[in-house]
Ligand binder design. Sequence first.
Ligand code: S3P
Length: 428
Amino acid sequence: MGRLRVTGAGALRGTVRVPGDKSISHRALILASLADGRSTITGLSTGEDVTHTRRALTRFGVTFEEQIPGQWQVTGGLRHEPDDVLDCGNAGTGIRLLAGVCAGVDGISVLTGDQFLRRRPMDRVAVPLREMGAGVDGREAGRFAPLVIRGGGLRGIAHDSPVASAQVKSSLLLAGLSAAGPTTVVEPHPTRRHTEEMLEAFGGKVAVDGASVTVHPGTLTATDVTVPGDPSQAAFWVVAGVLATDGEIEVPGLYLGYGRADFVGVLQRMGAEVDVDEATGTVRARASRLRSVEIVASDIPGAVDEIPVLAVAAAAAEGTTVISGAAELRVKESDRIASTVKMLRAFGVEAEERPDGMVVHGRADFTAGRVDSHGDHRIAMAAAVAAVTRAQGDTVIDGWESVATSYPGFARDLESVAGAGVCAPADD
Ligand code: S3P
């Protein structure tokens, strides 16, 4: 298992260019594959999740050519069933969005993933895709991957989603492209709008009305996509900049659109000196004194992936932070309520799980410790932020290899803001 040793540094300074947005990258690959003609995607995420989605799409006969690093030419026209099993690796977005694509093509598709993905709930897409007319089966009556989908002959539905999930919404919108009649998805809280925004760019017919989205069937036309930087990856550097004993970190070129950058507002509520330049998509963070806050259900969809690193910020704040309405975290790459609380405790922080969130008691500094990522990239990176900013001495993070799913260059970027030698692979 890969391990990273991180040494406490305190002061951090510099500019970090994060990888292309993971959510946008998945969608750019899928929509370019469905579209007729050639699309160019620039700035694609270099993470393994997105690579799995790209490779899966080649099984449908779509071709991808990397022209220069991060720039891909896609020749689309996806119409027929894949010629092999689709391996989605660790990617929940990959498997759920591809399930919607598979439901729309005539024939049989099989989707699977790694040991963590095979434990994540798939009934949230299996149930509505069946209602649209697809055959969807899988382990435990379709609750878990591997999934077997018999696609084609779909009808549009109106789906009232019990969970606020952009993955569920996007899966149904993609299936809806080839259904008879419109497909509407209503969410309990509106979530990120990448699929809607990008469907429009590819000539799709989509209408958003608050928490309700409707897609009309139709074909897509190739277009060029430039993928902006990933705000969820930027959140690690923003929290690092805030918790540092001194310095400033700036992250330029980010997507700051609907439902993705709400972590900035949460940090500002905590008293963090964080500012945003919308024109350049830059977020800047300076060393700050934080106070505790309440993070509630309506905060979650816009900051769902940032909770582990926000919990690290809470652990360094004065007072007790309560996070609620976040039960969805239990079905992410790990049970993120349990794994975040365990990670904080490894740093000597007092924290307790709640069924739908956690309670975090702030303290001035952390004890260096040994942390398990639980196979979850965001737990590993949040731990690295805690270790470099507030822990005295060396912290060892087990399961560091999980970071490759979204941010293969994280350790290099950590050295660029904290100094060479601040982290290194560890042997034991
Ligand atoms: C994603 C949506 C979120 C998020 C995930 C990416 C997406 O999941 O946690 O990392 O790209 O649509 P849910 O929509 O299931 O909450």
